[in-house]
Ligand binder design. Structure first.
Ligand code: HEC
Length: 184
């Protein structure tokens, strides 16, 4: 009686152990196959997403553009959401508010708030136009960035922006941020 109880306990333990080991394995196998959603990104898509431009301009592509050239590109691709003069529409205002950040009614725009012109280029290049992101060529992005900066009175309309001159543009709020203390 005692011996058969012992044997059934041993079988029970062996079964439990087998389950313990098998379960993660079958689970892992199911996960490796995946839920069969989506598809593998193409090299072009990875290249498109894997671009970052630092505040000092590292990562800026070759190319050039002026605000004079950017005006038509802006009117064709941006104005319906941001207004003809960047005054805002269905989407954010891009112009104005300079000097308002320390007042009781701060107005945050590219001109008043953003510390680096290189970030403007990076943002437009990867995210705008909102409904067709990354559809503009690099020359067009330089030109349209120049136009948004010109609407804010930050650059002259004939200043050529390129990988050298863009990082030198001084944004009004460039000293308005503090560096976050290092965690480590
Ligand atoms: C279909 C509408 C639409 C079009 C067209 C469009 N945008 Fe936008 N834009 C948006 C929306 C919506 C946001 C806010 C996105 C968010 O916060 O995630 C935005 C945000 C921005 C911002 C950031 C504003 C801020 O202060 O945070 C900039 C700069 C910008 N757009 C520039 C452009 C430029 C330049 C073009 C043309 C090349 C363009 N947009 C075309 C809808 C649009």
């Amino acid at each position: 009686m005692n011996r058969s109880l012992g044997r059934s306990c041993a079988i029970g333990l062996a079964t439990a152990l087998a389950w313990l080991f098998m379960f993660p394995l079958t689970n892992g196998a199911a996960r490796a196959e995946g839920p069969d959603l989506g598809r593998t990104a193409t090299p072009e898509e990875i290249d498109q997403a894997d671009r970052s431009i630092s505040p000092d301009g590292r990562g800026l592509p070759p190319g050039r553009g002026t605000a004079l050239e950017g005006k038509l590109i802006y009117l064709a691709n941006c104005a319906r959401c941001h207004g003809d003069e960047g005054q805002g529409g269905p989407a954010d205002k891009l112009v104005g508010g300079i000097g308002s950040l320390t007042t009781p009614r701060p107005i945050k725009t590219v001109g008043s708030y953003w510390p680096y012109a290189t970030t403007l280029f990076d943002y437009i290049r990867r995210a705008m136009p909102y409904d067709r992101p990354a559809s503009l060529g690099d020359d067009e992005v330089y030109a349209v960035s120049a136009y948004v900066l010109k609407l804010n009175g930050i650059v002259a309309e004939d200043l050529e922006l390129n990988r050298k001159s863009l990082p030198r543009v001084e944004m009004p709020n460039r000293d308005g941020f503090v560096a976050s203390p290092s965690l480590w």
